[in-house]
Design a protein around this ligand. Structure first.
Ligand code: TMP
Length: 206
């Protein structure tokens, strides 16, 4: 079994059930003795929490300002939390990472997926997850699960979220070695089982 640092990101639309899966996976990894750091973007650091408040609940902002705030959160998160944990041999499980920006700002806000990807990679100094789990859910189901609108991004119309979804699926299908694409309509147990199976084959779970 692997005992070195391992980096897992969960991605998907709002309401896809990522946070539940992050918690379940962390429990499974801890149960086999791995040290796990659970974190999220935006908001995984003190600076990130201020940025999260600004970008999700602040005044309206230009799309380029929005993408730069998300990029600043990621730069801080990787420098302060993710790289040190990986260097210490821990497993890092993050609720969202760079692909969220590529999908939300690059595709749905129309800033260009390639440009936003390049910006994100600069911010995180090219740190790519070992595995990215994309939980795919029809945008209407995500909206129903979310209930009342909570933040600037969630309150975007269904067309915006459809574009986010299509981009996540395309990224996952384009690189099956690095992504695991999961049908988010399955039960939480079935989704966790797929993630665990993939991590067993990677030697991260026994
Ligand atoms: P959360 O509610 O899953 O924590 O995510 C916050 C919102 O921010 C969610 O609607 C997705 C969005 N987001 C972006 O638009 N770009 C990003 O880079 C990240 C990390 C999140």
């Amino acid at each position: 079994m692997r005992t070195d640092g391992y980096f897992i990101a969960f991605e998907g639309g709002d309401g896809a059930g990522k946070s539940t899966q992050v918690g379940r996976l962390a429990d499974a990894l801890r149960a086999v003795g791995r040290e796990v750091v659970v974190t999220r973007q935006p908001g995984g650091t003190a600076l990130g929490r201020s940025l999260r408040d600004l970008v999700l609940h602040g005044a309206s902002m230009a799309p380029r300002a929005e993408v730069l705030l998300f990029a600043a959160d990621k730069a801080q998160h990787v420098a302060e939390v993710v790289r040190p944990a990986l260097a210490a041999g821990q497993v890092v499980v993050t609720d969202r990472y760079t692909d969220s920006s590529v999908a939300y700002q690059g595709a749905a806000r129309d800033l260009g997926a390639d440009a936003v990807h390049a910006l994100q990679m600069w911010a995180v100094e090219d740190l790519v997850p070992d595995l990215t789990v994309v939980i795919d859910l029809p945008e209407g189901v995500g909206r129903a699960r979310r209930g009342a609108v909570h933040d600037r991004l969630e309150s975007e119309e269904d067309g915006f979220h459809a574009s986010v979804r299509a981009h996540f699926v395309a990224m996952a299908r384009g690189n099956p070695e690095r992504y695991l694409l999961i049908d988010g309509l399955q039960t939480p147990e079935a989704i966790h089982a797929s993630v665990a199976a993939r991590l067993r084959s990677a030697g991260v779970l026994p």
